[in-house]
Write a protein that binds this ligand. Structure first.
Ligand code: ZN
Length: 358
């Protein structure tokens, strides 16, 4: 394949450059024979959807054998500008997708770990507290460097959200997962689950709507990341409406929804590292990363911080390079500057993945 040239402002910098793609990699050394793909416009390091579920879609669960639907979900994610996915808990093995170069790179978190009846039926590993550390080590081996816990869920006996794990087993679990080379994240909505998760040394929190000033201070101290999935939080009122015989839970979900902009803004202002994840799967279409970036400005993030949360900062967090010399040619091109108007992200002019223009 011949060399390609993209002329544009390479964000987060502010200068126009000639970016060449040679053998799937970025180069800034002129190649006289290169074919020009774009002139003008803006080039953004490949976007990252740091929380999505390829096994799920608005049409329902995807059977693990239905490779075409899994490919469709991954391609929708790519066409939205994301060249890297953190699949935040998957009930089956999708490693075959690594062999298909038109699909985004996927970093997997193994299978969700929960106690019996404390997550969506059929998609998690059942584990009691005593076996949590061993199961975390097992999922660390199954994933690509992440382990996903369910940190809280409705406890139907109590009629409200409640934590699944105590501090002792969490501490032992973090030690086991870290020793196996994985980072750990947890689904949480409530206030109650967060203090022990953060104290145990967890690396990231998903949703985090129950975040308090004390937890924010602890997260800053530990360097704990937060992926708030703001588009998904918009579903909390409808979750409350369908909570039926659990009025306390419904009221709690409504109050978490009411409080979340203020709480998450406080986390941002305190310096908690925040990354963009769509939680695409159940109620949210794949390929929605632009909507999540725009939503991040709703909790007070600046445009450059919101875009960085889905691009260069997220890539660094996940150990992936930006657009330096020799890096994989994963980027998106836009006609106008997304930092002036993030709505530009809804319409990538080109998405380049492994040097191939899509
Ligand atoms: Zn999720």
């Amino acid at each position: 394949m011949g060399a390609l040239r993209f002329t544009g402002v390479v964000l987060p910098g502010d200068e126009q450059r000639d970016l060449y793609v040679v053998d799937g990699r970025v180069s800034y050394q002129p190649v006289a024979s290169a074919e020009t793909v774009t002139r003008g416009g803006y080039i953004v390091p490949g976007l990252v959807d740091a929380h999505c579920h390829l096994w799920n879609s608005p049409e329902g669960f995807v059977d693990g054998a239905d490779h075409d639907r899994l490919r469709d979900n991954a391609r929708q994610t790519r066409d939205g500008g994301a060249t890297l996915i953190r699949d935040c808990g998957c009930p089956y093995d999708t490693a075959w997708m690594n062999d298909e170069p038109d699909l985004p790179e996927i970093i997997r978190a193994g299978k969700h770990i929960a106690q019996d009846k404390r997550y969506i039926t059929g998609v998690y590993t059942h584990t009691d507290a005593a076996h949590l550390p061993a199961q975390m080590a097992a999922e660390a081996r199954r994933g690509d460097g992440w382990v996903k816990l369910v940190g809280d869920w409705i406890d139907r006996g109590a009629g409200d959200l409640a934590p699944l794990w105590g501090l002792d087993e969490l501490r032992a679990g973090m030690t086991a997962a870290h020793a196996a080379g994985a980072r750990v994240t947890a689904h949480t909505f409530s206030e109650a689950a967060l203090p022990d998760l953060v104290a145990s040394g967890i690396d990231c929190i998903e949703h985090g709507t129950g975040i308090t000033d004390e937890v924010i201070a602890a997260m800053v101290e530990h360097g704990t990341a937060l992926v708030p999935t703001l588009v998904n939080i918009r579903n909390f009122p409808s979750i409350a409406d369908s909570a039926g015989k659990y009025p306390t839970y419904a009221e709690h979900m409504r109050s978490l929804y009411e409080e979340h902009p203020r709480r998450l803004r406080a986390a941002y202002e305190a310096g908690v590292p925040i990354y963009a994840g769509t939680d695409a799967g159940g109620g949210i279409a794949h390929g929605s990363i632009a909507e999540e970036v725009i939503a991040l400005t709703g909790i007070g993030m600046s445009a450059v911080d919101a875009l960085g949360a889905a691009s260069w900062r997220a890539r660094a967090w996940l150990g992936r390079p930006g657009l330096e010399e020799g890096a994989p040619a994963d980027f998106a091109c836009y006609s106008a500057n997304p930092l002036d108007d993030l709505a530009v992200l809804r319409e990538p002019r080109h998405v380049v993945l492994r040097g191939v223009v899509h």
